[in-house]
Design a protein around this ligand. Structure first.
Ligand code: MN
Length: 243
């Protein structure tokens, strides 16, 4: 969180308003340059390429972060030159863009989605983070799905049934933050894109089911890859990302 963001949240908190931290602040996927203009940069992974092995191999991580994600960031900044949405924080940009704005949809979505994906995976042994979801998240999961295993089954089904490339998501409903739901989107769309999805929400967990995310290690076995991802989820971070 930069200073301006902190001050905005603090002053609103003083005024008695409930303020949800912006996803882009939590994920480090927007940053302001000297002129106060929002520019987008590739966030550091925060762990080594082999830190998710054996579930996700080092070669996949290196290409995925250094080539695929870096490419989305580069093309996003390029698409924003002379664009009316230049200067917006990422979630505002995604909420406002229309279906016809293909470059922003692909690359703005790609930047947000991957920034979230790196965060919600626990590196190394990560044993405590993998198990520790907050009491509030557990309560909401049980209310919305019945149990953690029912949630994982829904996420797996959403990821497996996505035809072609896309994502499986756990989201918080926009209007009722107590309500969680699972959905899937195609390509680099995500549930922040109000105009493109049947139900919009705040994505707090995203699983990448593009072949580039798993093909080196899992080939056509998307279900095995999804099970491995679920073994790696950092539920502490997912809890922190809730509004
Ligand atoms: Mn990807």
């Amino acid at each position: 969180m930069n200073k301006r963001e902190f001050l905005r949240i603090s002053s609103a908190a003083t005024a008695g308003l409930i303020v949800t931290p912006l996803m882009s602040s939590l994920l480090g996927c927007s940053s302001a340059d000297a002129a106060g203009q929002v520019v987008f940069t590739l966030p550091a992974l925060g762990y080594s390429f082999d830190a998710l092995a054996p579930e996700i191999d080092a070669a996949t991580m290196e290409i995925h972060h250094g080539k695929h994600h870096a490419g989305y960031v580069r093309k996003l900044n390029s698409a924003l030159e002379d664009h009316a949405l230049k200067g917006y924080k990422l979630e505002k940009l995604l909420a406002d863009l229309g279906a016809e704005d293909v470059a922003l949809r692909r690359n703005g979505g790609g930047h947000f989605n991957h920034s979230l994906f790196w965060k919600i995976l626990a590196p190394g042994s990560g044993a405590s983070e993998r198990r520790s979801l907050s009491p509030l998240l557990l309560e909401r999961v049980e209310k919305s799905f019945g149990s953690m295993s029912a949630l994982e089954a829904e996420l797996t089904a959403a990821g497996k049934s996505r035809f072609g490339s896309g994502w499986a998501w756990l989201c918080q409903d926009d209007k009722n933050p107590d309500e969680l739901f699972v959905c899937s989107t195609a390509n680099q769309d995500n549930p922040l894109m109000h105009k493109m999805v049947p139900r919009s929400g705040r994505p707090i967990l995203g699983l990448d089911v593009w072949e580039h995310a798993y093909y080196l290690n899992y080939q056509n076995r998307r279900g095995d890859y999804l099970a491995a991802c679920l073994r790696r989820v950092n539920w502490t971070i997912v809890s922190d990302l809730m509004a």
